[in-house]
Design a protein around this ligand. Sequence first.
Ligand SMILES: C[S@@+](CC[C@H](N)C(=O)[O-])C[C@H]1O[C@@H](n2cnc3c(N)ncnc32)[C@H](O)[C@@H]1O
Length: 333
Amino acid sequence: MGKRSVPETSQIAGPHIPVLLDEVLAALAPLAGACIVDGTFGAGGYSRALLEAGATVVAIDRDPSVEPFAQALKAEFGDRFSFVAGTFSQLDALAAAHGPIDGVVLDIGVSSMQLDEGVRGFSFMREGPLDMRMSGQGESAADLVNRLDAEPLANLLYAFGEERKSRRIAQFIVAARETAPIATTLELGRIIEKAIGRKPGDAHPATRSFQALRIAVNGEFEQLVDGLFAAERLLPQGGRLAVISFHSLEDRIVKRFLDPEKGGPPQSRHLPQAQSEARRWVEVRKAVKAGEAELGRNPRARSSTLRSALRSDAVARPVRLDGLGVPQIRGAA
Ligand SMILES: C[S@@+](CC[C@H](N)C(=O)[O-])C[C@H]1O[C@@H](n2cnc3c(N)ncnc32)[C@H](O)[C@@H]1O
């Protein structure tokens, strides 16, 4: 892909306001005819802007409820747009049928639709079943909080939410569920507030615990690591990767993955030394945050961080978790 001027941000339909959109477009520099994988389709804000720039888009999402947004783009852009239901951890396999790929974008985390619809169970602000499953499959957050003993539950809240009062919260959860299983978001929020109190002006006391449960329920760190290595396998030399993360634990993984000097995976014993040491990513850009104007329009952009880079010609690395700073739950196998 060569350089060209980046299109103006278009009017985006849909309830999720895409974050750092102009910056993402600048990082991906979509030429007409380029093929970009949007691994986290959501309401399709990035996909639409890429299509309007003339690119072909292969969109992936694990949440079946995004399909109406995908159908709308299909009706408007025809063959230049495809949607594949699945996880971005397999984006190389899912995109394989679509020919050479020039760029990958991952906007990890939850969408506004997921957060704002109480029935999805992601928010401690909205009453709903304690669910949090993006795909609607597998173990829910309620299953986890009602199944785990106090110690593994505390370890999970500490590792994935950096919750320093995790032990006390876990004790309160275990005590509360002796009466009846914990079933709803507000119920869990109240138990956590009872455990650790609430100071005026501070974030809601359940913020960190809800983050931890959501990460666990959706296997978000495994997904991120696998997705990054899948992009490394998929992209040819010069291919562009843009990743938007929403908290420091995710951002650390992306940073270390792109730049071995920040502590990326150790060298591989299975590759010749020169190949093992070669940089897989070049032109690694500094982290980009939302400016004041964007924050005025969309306060949810506050915690977003964009990192981007270009693929080198070095052979892709085998998937390795070590060196990436992936949080580990103490005592977990
Ligand atoms: C922050 S939203 C993306 C919003 C999108 N950029 C837009 O402009 O509308 C994240 C989306 O990624 C999806 N998602 C999260 N993790 C995923 C994964 N591992 N595989 C596929 N989709 C995932 C979520 O279901 C959600 O729809």
